[in-house]
Design a protein around this ligand. Structure first.
Ligand SMILES: [Zn+2]
Length: 311
């Protein structure tokens, strides 16, 4: 028996189906478009990296041997993952030195910078502040290692306060921005700052006036669509995103509040919750995939309309 169908009817049916696909059938909510599977961050690996930095190495004050050990640990890991790693040394008050560890892959100019600091206050093991952020950065770098996205990972030295005064902290990120070319900074679609993401009950992705909080809002929407629930609001200029925001780069500040134990000897790994690290890593992965997608380069980077700080 023949099942031949008039080709014209097939085309007509396909046309009607196409219209329904585009508009959705009446009363039926269109299914969300399938997104590529997202790799799952490894909770045990995240916790292990926090423990290594905060317990095996311990307090990592700027310019100390312990800070340098932490930098070597980070650089070795990123190199093992296949990244090209560059050290960027810079001077500290009192004749000491620290360094940023910068990792890239492939030849494309970076469109996204993912960074956080690896130093801690003296006597503070710095599990939350900021072994938690470094663990997330290393895990995201591992999960993106085969993707060849135009992402640059930066572990900043000497974020914590070394001397009093406006410029008594954030040495690594300020040095990075000061020595970067205007073309490099203008080419960044954003800087994601990861600092203190393992213990507070409130997950926040906050923005700055550099882009009227647009990047942070976009990153929050990406996370919400994935079932995560970060809050927003204006970011205080209290971590490594500050230098980038002041230079006009859109920033998103991933952190959690409250964390009263930071800067104290009680900032220990047992307070850091691996599922919070996983959640942050997932949110950062979503932002990385979205902001580095080939079509994203076609969206113009909008300048801030006014001078107000917003999230
Ligand atoms: Zn910090």
């Amino acid at each position: 028996m023949s099942t031949a169908v008039c080709p014209r009817r097939v085309l007509a049916a396909a046309g009607i189906a196409g219209v329904f696909l585009l508009l959705g059938s009446p009363g039926v909510r269109p299914e969300p478009l399938p997104s590529p599977p997202l790799p799952e961050p490894d909770a045990r690996r995240l916790a292990r990296d926090v423990a290594y930095l905060a317990t095996t190495i311990g307090p990592r004050p700027a310019g100390s041997q312990a800070e340098q050990r932490a930098a070597e640990f980070i650089a070795t890991r990123l190199a093992t993952l296949g990244y090209t790693v560059r050290w960027q040394p810079f001077p500290l008050p009192g004749g000491r030195q620290s360094a940023n560890v910068i990792a890239t892959r492939g030849d494309q100019p970076p469109q996204l910078l993912i960074g956080g600091h690896y130093d801690s206050r003296p006597r503070a093991p710095g599990a939350e502040d900021n072994a938690s952020g470094i663990a997330v950065i290393l895990e995201v770098a591992r999960l993106l290692a085969e993707r060849d996205l135009p992402v640059q990972f930066v572990a900043f030295g000497a974020e914590e306060r070394v001397v009093s005064g406006r410029n008594g902290h954030h040495f690594g990120s300020r040095y990075y921005v000061r020595t970067a070319t205007a073309a490099h900074l203008a080419g960044l679609r954003g800087m994601l700052c990861i600092d203190c993401v393992g213990s507070g009950t409130r997950f926040l992705v906050q923005g700055c006036a550099s882009d009227d909080g647009r990047l942070a809002r976009h990153c929050r929407v990406l996370a919400w669509r994935h079932g995560l629930t970060p809050g927003g609001g204006p970011a205080r200029l209290n971590s490594d995103h500050a230098a980038f925001a002041r230079a006009g780069v859109p920033v998103a500040y991933y952190h959690r509040l409250p964390h009263p134990q930071t800067h104290t000897p009680h900032d220990l790994p047992y307070r850091v919750r691996p599922e919070f690290l996983q959640e942050t890593a997932t949110a950062v992965l979503l932002a990385s995939e979205d902001l580095c997608a080939p079509l994203a380069a076609l969206w113009p980077r909008e300048p801030a309309a006014g001078g107000s700080r917003s999230g």
